[in-house]
Design a protein. Structure first.
Ligand code: B12
Ligand code: SF4
Length: 518
C-alpha cells in the first residue's frame, strides 16, 4: 500500500523546519509499504491537486497530523480526500484532545475515518496493517496500565530516521531568489536546513495553558546518548558532504528537565565531536547553572528558546508557572550572552493581570537585557488544558471552538483587564517595535564585541523572525526588508569582508612561509 503523510499549512508563514512526526512514522512503517511525505507549508497544493495526486499515486491511506491552530485546514483537506473515497487517519495533539470532533460524534460533520490518540509510535503499524486489510477501526489508542494511563513509548530503542539521504530541498530556509548569491559566500550558505531531533519526551511542570503535561505525561523518557549522537554525526557528515549548513532544533519541551542527564549528553556530544549548531527549549529556572551553560556553549548550543510568558509575577502565578521568575530573566540572558548564546524569549499577552500598556512595559524591560529574539503570542485556551477548563467554568470563552474559526492574534476569551481588540493591538505593537529596523540596528550594536559570525547570525535570525508576524513570502517583501535594514547589513558585510580578506591573506602568508626554499 502507498501511504501519504500530510501536514496542513499553518496559513501564516512558511515552516522553518520539517515536522518530526512525519519522519518518525515513516521510519516506523512496515517495510512492505511505501510512504510519501508532503508538508503543505513547504509544498503548497490546492485540495483538488492533492486529491488528484493521491489518485495518480494510488494512495491507500492518508495520515494527517495537526496542531489545534491548523486543524480547520486539516479537516478541509480530510473532507476532500474522503469525498474522493480515500481513507484518512488523523493524529497529533488536537484530535487526541477532541477525537469526537474528528469522528463527527459531537454533532458536527465527520472528517476522519480513524483517529490515533496520543503517541502513535506503537499503534502506527496496527493502523497501517488494518488499512491495508480494509479493516481500519475508528480509534487507535496506546495500551493502558493498571491505573488506566497510556503506556508511553520508552524511546529506547529509537527509530532510525535516515536524515543523511532524505530529500530536504523543500525545507531550505534560503529563499529561492537568494540561493545563487548566498552560495557564493562559501561554506554552503546556499542551503540551510533546520532538522528536528528529540532526545526525550514529557514535562512534569503542568503550566496551565500547556498541553504537553497532559499529552506526553509527567513521566519523562530519554533516548540513549549514543542514539542521539549517532543521529548528530550522520547529520554532520551530510552537512560536510553537501557543503551546506545544518542546524538542529532539539524539540524536547525542556531539554534540561534532568540537568544531570543533559550534562552527560552534552559531555558525550563534545567527546564524540558531534557538535552542530543547535537550538533548544529550556526553562529559565534551569539556566542559572554556570556549568550547564558552559557545556551548552561547548556542545554547539547557539540559541535557547525560553518560555518567559510575562514579566509580571502575578500573571506567572495565575498560569501555574511560578518556578520561572521574571526577576531572574536578565541574569539568565546575560549569562547566555557571555557565551555568545542568545535567547528566543516567548511572551504571552492577554493574561489576567495584563492591562493596556503591557507591550510597552514588557518591551522596555526586554530592551534592558542582552538582546534576543522576542516572540509574542496571546493566552490561548487549548482544549483539555486546565486553562480551558477554568475559562469554560467561568463562562469566559468568547469562541469556545476557536480553532474552527481560526483568526490570528484574536483571543478566544475575554481577558480580565482589557478587551480582545486591545490585546491584539498590544501584540502588534510589541512585534513592530521589537523588529523595527531601528531596534535591529540597536540589538546588533549591543553585541558589538561578539565575533562577526555571531553578529551576522543574530541579524539573519532577526530578519527571519520578523516574518512570524509580518509574512514575508514574496520577493518584494524580502527586498523591502533588506532595504529597510541596510544599515546593519552593510556594516556587517563590510566588516565580514575585511575579516575574510585578512584571514585569507594570513593563510596565504602562512602557506608561503611553509614552502621550503632551496
Ligand atoms: C517543534 C514544535 C514547534 C515548531 C514547529 C513545528 C515543527 N516544524 O516541528 C515551532 C517552534 C515553529 C512551533 C510553533 C508553534 N507551536 Co509548537 N511545538 C513544537 C513541539 C515542541 C514539538 C513537536 C514535535 O515534533 N514533537 C515530537 C513528536 C514526535 O510528537 P508529535 O508531533 O505530537 O507526534 C506524535 C503524536 O502526536 C502522533 N502524531 C502526530 N501527528 C500524527 C499524524 C498521524 C496521522 C498519526 C497516526 C499520528 C500522529 O504520533 C507522533 C509520535 O508519537 C511541540 C511540543 C511537543 N513536545 O510535541 C509543540 C506544540 C505542538 N506546539 C504548540 C503550539 C501551541 C505552537 C504555536 C501555536 C505556539 C504559538 N503560540 O505561536 C506555534 C504555531 C506554529 C505555527 N505557525 O503553526 C502546542 C500545540 C497544542 C495544540 N493542541 O495544538 C504544542 C503541543 C506545545 C504546547 N505547549 O502545548 N512548535
Ligand atoms: S515548562 Fe513548558 S512544556 Fe512544561 S508544562 Fe510548562 S510550558 Fe509546558
Amino acid at each position: 500500500m502507498k501511504i501519504l503523510l500530510y501536514n496542513p499549512d499553518n496559513g501564516v508563514t512558511r515552516n522553518f523546519m520539517p515536522h518530526l512526526w512525519m519522519f518518525l512514522l515513516q521510519s516506523l512503517t512496515p517495510k512492505e509499504h511505501e510512504v510519501i511525505l508532503i508538508d503543505g507549508n513547504a509544498k503548497a497544493m490546492t485540495r483538488p491537486e492533492l486529491v488528484q495526486f493521491c489518485k495518480d499515486e494510488n494512495i491507500g491511506l492518508v495520515g494527517i497530523g495537526s496542531m489545534t491552530r491548523m486543524v480547520a485546514r486539516a479537516y478541509l483537506v480530510a473532507d476532500s480526500l474522503r469525498e474522493a473515497g480515500i481513507k484518512v487517519v488523523m493524529g497529533g495533539p488536537h484530535v487526541t484532545e477532541c477525537p469526537d470532533e474528528a469522528l463527527g460524534k459531537d454533532g458536527g460533520p465527520r472528517h476522519a475515518d480513524a483517529v490515533a490518540l496520543g503517541e502513535a509510535d506503537e499503534t502506527w503499524h496496527l493502523i497501517v496493517e488494518d488499512a491495508a486489510n480494509g479493516t481500519l477501526k475508528e480509534i487507535y489508542q496506546p495500551e493502558t496500565d493498571a491505573k488506566g494511563n497510556d503506556k508511553k513509548p520508552s524511546l529506547q530503542p529509537y527509530p532510525h530516521i535516515p536524515w543523511e539521504t532524505l530529500d530536504l530541498e523543500q525545507f531550505s530556509l534560503v529563499p529561492n531568489f537568494l540561493r545563487g548569491m548566498m552560495s557564493k559566500m562559501g561554506a554552503g550558505w546556499g542551503k540551510f536546513f533546520v532538522v528536528p531531533i528529540e532526545t526525550g519526551r514529557g514535562c512534569p511542570y503542568g503550566c496551565e495553558f500547556c498541553t504537553v503535561t497532559g499529552f506526553f505525561g509527567d513521566s519523562i523518557r530519554f533516548r540513549t546518548n549514543e542514539s542521539v549522537i549517532e543521529e548528530l554525526l550522520r547529520l554532520k557528515k551530510r552537512a560536510k558532504e553537501e557543503k551546506g549548513q545544518v542546524a538542529v532544533f532539539f524539540i524536547d519541551d525542556n531539554l534540561a528537565i534532568n540537568k544531570k542527564r543533559l550534562k552527560g549528553l552534552l559531555r558525550d556530544i563534545i567527546a564524540a565531536d558531534a557538535q552542530l549548531p543547535w537550538v533548544a527549549q529550556i526553562s529559565a529556572n534551569l539556566l542559572a547553572d554556570e556549568e550547564l551553560v558552559d557545556l551548552i556553549a561547548d556542545a554547539g548550543g547557539k540559541w535557547v528558546f525560553i518560555g518567559m510568558e510575562s514579566i509580571d509575577p502575578a500573571n506567572m502565578a495565575d498560569v501555574n508557572k511560578t518556578f520561572s521568575k521574571p526577576a531572574n530573566y536578565k541574569d539568565v540572558l546575560d549569562g547566555l550572552a557571555r557565551r555568545n548564546i542568545y535567547a528566543i524569549t516567548s511572551f504571552i499577552f492577554g493574561m489576567d493581570n495584563d492591562t493596556v500598556g503591557v507591550a510597552k512595559r514588557t518591551v522596555d524591560e526586554i530592551e534592558s537585557w542582552s538582546p534576543g529574539l522576542p516572540v509574542f503570542g496571546q493566552l490561548t485556551p487549548f482544549p483539555s488544558t486546565p486553562l480551558y477548563d477554568r475559562l469554560e467554568k467561568a463562562g469566559r470563552l468568547h469562541r469556545p471552538k476557536h480553532w474552527l474559526e481560526f483568526a490570528p492574534f484574536v483571543m478566544a476569551h475575554n481577558p480580565l483587564k482589557m478587551t480582545i481588540d486591545e490585546a491584539k493591538e498590544e501584540t502588534f505593537n510589541a512585534w513592530a517595535r521589537s523588529y523595527s529596523p531601528e531596534r535591529n540596528w540597536e540589538a546588533i550594536n549591543a553585541i558589538k564585541d561578539a565575533p562577526i559570525d555571531v553578529r551576522i547570525g543574530h541579524l539573519v535570525a532577526r530578519l527571519f523572525f520578523r516574518g512570524i508576524y509580518f509574512p514575508q513570502m514574496s520577493k518584494s517583501a524580502w527586498i523591502k526588508l533588506l532595504f529597510d535594514n541596510r544599515k546593519p547589513i552593510l556594516s556587517l558585510t563590510k566588516e565580514g569582508l575585511k575579516t575574510w580578506r585578512n584571514a585569507r591573506r594570513n593563510r596565504k602568508i602562512t602557506s608561503e612561509e611553509a614552502v621550503p626554499t632551496t
